[in-house]
Ligand binder design. Sequence first.
Ligand SMILES: [Zn+2]
Length: 101
Amino acid sequence: MSDFRLGDVIDDHCIKCRRVTNHAIVSLVNSEPAKVRCRTCYHDHDFRHEQAPPSKKDLKKAELFKEVLAAAVPAAAVDPPADPEVAPKPAKKITARGKRA
Ligand SMILES: [Zn+2]
């Protein structure tokens, strides 16, 4: 049974300290910590159950992954393969000297 009270010190992940630090409960919702204050840097934030938020590095990685996925998807739907008969290359060669032979 949780018996949290305002001012209690609990562990939570502080985004400023980038690690789990002691936090004082500053607000409670349904007897659960809602807001906490880091006892190291005094930063107030929502209680995050000691879960670290995704780091910028992770976000960047996810973004790169998406780009790679997009590049790997066949582009056929967007850019159909060129039809050889409609290719801009001239089909006939016109030679000026061909008639003599
Ligand atoms: Zn902190």
